[in-house]
Design a protein around this ligand. Sequence first.
Ligand code: AQP
Length: 337
Amino acid sequence: MSDGANVNEKKKVLLSGIQPTGTFTLGNYIGAVRNWEKLQDEYECAYFIADLHSLTVRQEPATLRKHCKEAYALLLACGIDPEKSLAFIQSHVHAHAELGWILSCYTQFGELSRMTQFKDKSAQHADNVNAGLFDYPALMAADILLYQPDYVPTGADQKQHIELTRTIVNRFNNLYGEVFKMPEPYIPEAGAKIMSLQEPTRKMSKSDENPNATISILDTPDVIMAKFKRAVTDSETVVQYKEGKDGINNLMTIYSVFTGQTYEQIEAEFAGKGYGDFKKAVGTVVVDSLTPIREEFDRLMKDKSYLESCYKKGAETASYVAGKTLTKVKKKVGLII
Ligand code: AQP
């Protein structure tokens, strides 16, 4: 990217996206968006709402539009500053779909078949195993490569897709020269995978149908406290990070992310106390962290024209940057420009 408003040529480029499939969960926040905010000063960042990806699962049109605007507002409420970072909606930048098609012709059926997200989602939505769900990683590769980023910050669940993007880069560059920069995954050390509060062996997901399984970042304090109170743990009573204690391990991860404490320090803090006290403490740090976001979100949603001006400006800059990569790719593969 070299044409954004406040672009410093020397900074490394970083890009990530999030689907508007519902309100962001605590998992999306800890594994992704919270880190995106922090990276804005050090890197030249681009963040987008991946609305095209969300079509891989059937969406109600009016709800998708609403979720998409809310997701954009949430990005800003979580601290993404549209003056510092490129913040846009994927479908507003035509190059994503176009490069997605080209790259799907450089991605093998066998590679896509091995993707765990495809296996999981096709089991979850057995009545709608569409080609888009299968081809999702090729579009994701296009999303990334259009902006030639150095790093792609995501939760651990997306690592396999980024590895496939790297395979596509190798394949394409071997054929046509150094067209794409090789992106590196950027996965947080703590909280890379936050688990469901009801089934702590599964990741926390926006689209989980059980509302008690997820904390939405717009949940009110009462709701957050109640969900942690109901969180599934185990039959022991000791707050300890240990194999087999998936529920407690997950709560300890969340507590550690927000307090900066190590697992040993948390074990010491809750020695001799029960799970009830620990769950209350986890709920409290989460409420304290999410309340300012919810308040800022409410404020932004009342300012529709500001939001619209931000995503339109974002789309314009993103289209320019992405268009340059797309033109280069089209020439390389033999399309007439
Ligand atoms: N549970 C999680 N823990 C840590 N990070 C997570 N991410 C998602 N869930 C967790 C990270 O959030 C970013 C955006 O994800 P996404 O919306 O593009 O897709 P996803 O991974 O499929 O997220 P969900 O919440 O599970 O959505 P649905 O339910 O629609 O499938 C990514 O960086 C992801 O790693």
